[in-house]
Design a binder for this molecule. Structure first.
Ligand code: AMP
Ligand code: ZN
Ligand code: FE
Ligand code: FE
Length: 269
């Protein structure tokens, strides 16, 4: 589970795959937010570099005050219908980013929306891009500080994303032939409740080996995955160098058998 600059990661898809190769990663999931745009380049680079690239996408949904992120593994990078649905989410992200920039202006921290757009490059826009523009303007020192002081839920310039229900995300991915997996499950605030809602709709995996979690949490999540007969997956949620502890590329201890479990969920479809 990683991100490229097709969404809010720093490296291009090709550079991400090459960096994974340098770090002896043998299986890499590219799961950009709301877009399939990075996948063809990643697959192309991986095929010449001997890396097994699992094409994916990450959809952000919300339940009450909690974020529920759904990964869709083995998406078809050329699924035009899915791409069209995702384009709507991307347009909503643009509107939201504009509103956040307006609020920053009102609070006395002006940044140019154009600058945020440039930092986002070809990718889908997100709060990390706004944080990077704020660093350039000298308002904050790190992306993390941008979140904790301004951008996170409940902070002064927080604007919620277009409301998408996790049920809708799971169904969209199932219809697209992908394997839906619950990402970084602790963010949901209620893992059992979330699984009760989503497993009957086709959720097939749980992100057990998330890099930010310690081994005790990995064990607890593994037990939950087994009980619900879900594939265990993992990943660093890498967005670029020096992002956050536990988020370095290759830092998540994902056992090889996770790949087999994920593949067998795909065969079950
Ligand atoms: P958005 O897509 O605009 O909702 O922004 C969410 C993205 O911001 C996710 O990819 C997170 O990895 C990243 N993010 C969330 N919280 C933080 C934080 N405290 N520091 C840095 N990045 C964060
Ligand atoms: Zn992200
Ligand atoms: Fe996420
Ligand atoms: Fe992610």
């Amino acid at each position: 589970h990683t991100h490229s600059n097709a969404s809010d990661g720093v490296l291009s898809p090709a550079d991400l795959v090459r960096e994974a190769g340098r770090r002896s990663i043998v299986v890499l999931g590219l799961t950009d937010h709301d877009t399939l745009a990075g996948l063809p380049e990643a697959i192309e680079t991986a095929s010449s570099g001997g890396i097994d690239l699992i094409p994916g996408v990450e959809l952000s949904t919300e339940v009450d005050d909690h974020e529920v992120h759904i990964l869709g593994y083995f998406v078809d990078p050329h699924d035009d219908l899915l791409a069209e649905r995702l384009a709507w989410l991307v347009a909503k992200r643009e509107e939201r980013a504009e509103r956040i920039v307006e609020r920053l202006h009102e609070l006395g921290f002006p940044i140019a929306y154009e600058r945020v757009r440039t930092i986002a490059g070809p990718g889908t826009i997100g709060r990390p891009h706004i944080a990077r523009a704020m660093i350039e303007a000298g308002y904050i020192e790190t992306v993390n500080e941008g979140f904790s002081r301004f951008l996170a839920t409940g902070r002064p310039v927080f604007v919620p994303k277009e409301r998408v229900l996790p049920e809708d995300a799971v169904q969209l991915l199932v219809r697209a032939g992908a394997v839906p997996v619950l990402a970084h499950p602790l963010s949901t605030g209620d893992i059992e409740g979330t699984l009760k809602r989503l497993v009957p709709l086709g959720l097939r995996g749980l992100e057990v080996f998330y890099g930010e979690y310690g081994s005790a949490v990995h064990q607890d999540l593994l037990t939950i995955a087994r009980r619900w007969r879900l594939a265990s997956t993992g990943g660093s949620d890498y967005h670029g160098p020096g992002f956050k502890e536990g988020r370095e590329l290759g830092s998540a201890p994902v056992p090889g058998w996770c790949v087999c479990e994920l593949r067998s969920q795909m065969d079950r479809r």
